[in-house]
Every structure is written in structure tokens, then in C-alpha cells.
Design a protein around this ligand. Sequence first.
Ligand SMILES: Cc1ncc(COP(=O)(O)O)c(C=O)c1O
Length: 384
Amino acid sequence: MAENNPYDFDQHVDRRNTDCDKWDKYKDTDILPMWVADTDFRSPPEVLDALHQRIDHGVLGYGHAPDALTDTIVARLAERYNWKIDPEWIVYLPGLVCGLNLTVRALTEAKEAAMTPCPIYPPFVSSIKLAEREICKVPVALKEGRWLIDLERADNLIPKNTKLMMFCNPFNPGGTVYRREELEEVLAFAEKHDLYVCSDEIHCDLLLDEDAVHIPFASLSESAQKRSVTLIAPSKTFNIAGLGASIAIVPDPDLRRKFVRTRQGIVPSLNVLAYTAATAAYHHGQPWLDAQLDYLRANRDLVEQEIATIPGLELQHIEATYLAWIDASALPVDNPFAFFEEAGVGMSPGSDFGNPNFVRLNFGCTRELLTEALRRIRVAVETL
Ligand SMILES: Cc1ncc(COP(=O)(O)O)c(C=O)c1O
């Protein structure tokens, strides 16, 4: 393929010397960086063009959300996810983790508890701890090869003062896409215990199974809408995480007032480049995204095929995200993360998510790099 073809995801982009978290962690080593959740792909050309134009204007003073961004979010949620929202429900944030923290602080009081699935993307736990709320970890269990929050266990586990349920769909780290009946059960649980729900849906555009459908939790019913904060972002979808553009959707006016008040004076508005990139991505990024999804799907298939043939490793089918949650508990090693890092593959330690027997592999990279990482993993296991 021609150089700079935006749809050539095989093209290696050198990220060294760009102050990049993922590659700098293993600077000057032979360890392949397969950890933090961004991809090694260049963003859609339309996004880069829009950024160039904005920079060329030369004045980068204070800005506000362009109407075109709000309009495209409203249209996107209606068209792709069958959820009709009012533009007023949108609160822009310079990062999704900031939305997790704000939600905990806005919707629970001191001495109240919040529940989170576990294992889970680490800021779910830290947002509750940083707010000094009581934390209740509810296990995620395997059901017919899919990782799902165990609501039966949750029923007995959650303390009476629980006010908030943190929820992640598609699920990081397990890659599950919750189906309607499963979401209905989550809603029934929230209703039974009168909980608010913070639904992190950042990976909703990254569905790898052709027949998977993302259903926003809040779109289930009036009750789901009233009790929820939904968090989405173009950051994973279009690989613009470093710009910090995220969106909270808070339909209930009382919840929104609390949310906005908690943010006030502490959380800045988005920077002007983030607005520009997000608008261009949502408006023009779809053909690029479709091509990226094809590429990620093939990467996912490769990871699943390879891991299935390495004794001692287990991986469930990944319905969404570019993250593989690999069970290494059958390996005779104390610390699978350190073991594979030593073998030249830098994954995320499962301990960060709540289970040290797992590692999380980020396959948002060129096939060449992924193939080499999988080869190293195989060779390392064979030496045991
Ligand atoms: C589930 C989930 N939420 C939030 C984030 C991070 O969002 P941000 O970088 O916008 O804070 C990630 C990134 O990996 C994620 O996987």
C-alpha cells in the first residue's frame, strides 16, 4: 500500500520521541509496549486536517463547544444507538476518568457507598477511594464464555448505604457487550436498590462482532434515564485520547445540577483543539473507523487463535474493544505480568484491575508488532 494511506493500518508509525506514555515506558529496551489503551494508528485524516486548519488560524484563546459537535453527538446517538437525547443533557469534560470521579462525588455523600464490578478498569476503584466513599466490589463472573457482573452475588454483597453503581459496557477488561436482557437485569437491580448508575460506554464504537449491538443503558427506559450518568468519548474510537475530549450525558435536571456544581471551578472546559478534533472525528471519521474495525477484528482473531494454542493461557471471545484479558493462572509463575515483561512483552498487569493472575494485552497495533508479541509470549511459555 502507498505510504500515508490513511487506511493502511499496517504502516508502522514511530511513536518514540513524541512524549508518548505507551512507548516511553519501555524506551531504550526491547520490550514491546502493549499496555495503556491507545492505539498506534494515526487518527483519521479528516481529524488531522481540521487540526492543521485550526492551528494555521494561529489564535488559540478560550473556546466553547461548537454547535456542530453537539448536533453530531445528538444525531449519532439517535442514529447509531437509537437514543434520543436533548442537547441540554450534554456536559463536556476534558477526560472520561474525570467524569467517573465527578459522578461519585456528585451523586454520593460521605458515608455512602458505591459498587463497582471487579476486575475493572482501575479508575473505577480509585474514583470511589479518592472520594473517600465506601467501596463495594462485585465480582464479574464467566457465563457461557462472557464476563458479566454477578448480580446475584451483588444482592448479598452491597451495603445498605449503597447509592451508586459503576458500570462499564462494553466491558474493560473483558470485552463483553451487554445484551438487552442483561442490561434490563442491571436496571432491575438498580431499581430494587434505588441506585444511580454511572455507565462508562467509552468503547461503544469499537464493537468487533458483526452482530453485536451497543445499547446505551440510559436508553432502556425513563427510569434508566433518570438515574444515570452516561460517559462516552471519541478518544478510543478515533485515537485522540491525548487531546482529552469526553462527554457526560445527564438527563435528569437535578443530577445534572449536582454534576455541574461539582465540576465548577475545578475542571476546565475542553481545549480548543479537542473540540476541533472531536467535531471532525464524529462528522467525518466513519469510513476510517470502519476500516480500523476491520483491522482490529483481524487482530482480535489472531490473538484468539494464538492464545488458544498456548498451554496455560486462556482467553474468552472478545466482543468489543482492542483489549485481550488473558488468564495466566495455570502458568507456574508468581507474577505473569513480570514474567512476560521479562520476555519482551509489556502488557498491563491484571493486579491493576483486581486479579494478578491475568494480563491485559492491547492489540491496537500493527499486525507485525502483534505477531511478534504473540511469538514472544509463546516462546516464553514454552521455556517453562
Ligand atoms: C473504560 C474506560 N474508561 C475511561 C478510560 C479513559 O478515559 P480518559 O482517557 O478520557 O480519561 C478508559 C481508557 O482506557 C477506559 O478503558
